[in-house]
Design a protein around this ligand. Structure first.
Ligand code: FPP
Length: 264
């Protein structure tokens, strides 16, 4: 608790971004940050630009956020890039979104390799166009041996579908006699999801003022700290990530229990 109080008081003075970054490093950095990158369309709308211009600008935001997460020692950064529900958007917008991984990785992959970042993807590969998968697969292959930050793209990802898939796989293992329903625990069920190797997010950020989860990591977010901001994703800068982490560092995570200082 004393540590958290120090964090409160030390933030009263206005600090430069680099001071805030350094200060942040003195406290717990979330191992896994997940971001719902929302507000691209509204960003474009405000400027009388087509929606895809907002997505393009949103793609550019991913670079500084990844760099800073890496610098801070975040272990996993999961970004919701395309949901299983996004297919109903106009064909042109969907096609544009599916080209962004190629463009992003086309310019950023050498830096990701250099900076020891490992690219991963979670989601249903089935409907994703071959050209998109090619770019992502190539990035995954070329960064497979990196052991720094994991940059995990949620692409054609939907949480309910992930949970249903896990239930189906578990049931099939039961049928084949590989496992008994009595053995089912949180951990065992989690191992049927797409993320057992990544750990659950410690911090979820959603931009653009929407306060909902939109079918994102429903199982994994059970004990995650949430940070909602009105900032639209293309306007999200390093200082906003720092603000979210500073907010996280002031939280008291109890996982349903009590902190030792409250046990009196
Ligand atoms: C939601 O904003 C955003 C998306 C559906 C796409 C997010 C994708 C990116 C930010 C680019 C991803 C980058 C890479 C490298 C893959 P919205 O369109 O729903 O915005 P709105 O609610 O303001 O209309």
């Amino acid at each position: 608790m004393l540590e958290k109080m120090k964090r409160w008081t030390s933030l009263k003075e206005p600090e430069s971004l680099s001071q805030r970054i350094n200060e942040c490093k003195n406290y717990e950095i979330p191992d896994h940050i997940a971001i719902i990158m929302d507000g691209n369309g509204r960003w474009a709308n405000k400027r009388a630009l087509p929606r895809v211009a907002g997505h393009h600008e949103g793609m550019k935001t991913v670079k500084p956020v990844t760099r800073l997460a890496n610098e801070l020692g975040v272990k996993v950064l999961t970004l919701y890039a395309f949901s299983t529900e996004n297919w109903v958007r106009p064909k042109m917008e969907v096609e544009f979104l599916m080209k962004l991984p190629e463009e992003f990785l086309g310019t950023f992959l050498p830096e990701l390799i250099e900076e020891n970042v490992q690219v991963q993807m979670m989601g249903d590969r089935e409907q994703v166009p071959a050209h998109t998968l090619r770019a992502v697969d190539q990035a995954m292959e070329k960064t497979a041996h990196n052991d720094g930050l994991v940059l995990n793209f949620a692409l054609n990802y939907g949480s309910r579908s992930e949970i249903l898939q896990a239930v189906k796989s578990f049931s099939s293992d039961v049928k084949e006699g590989k496992v008994s329903p009595d053995e089912l625990t949180d951990d065992l069920f989690g191992s049927y999801m797409m993320t057992p190797h990544l750990g659950d997010p410690d911090l979820l950020i959603r931009t653009s003022g929407e306060i909902r989860l939109s079918n994102f990591m429903l199982w994994q977010l059970a004990y995650t700290e949430f940070w909602f901001t009105d900032v639209l994703w293309p306007d999200f800068k390093e200082e906003h990530l720092i603000e979210a982490i500073e907010g996280f560092q002031k939280r008291s995570r109890r996982y349903g229990g009590l902190k030792s200082e409250d046990l009196t």
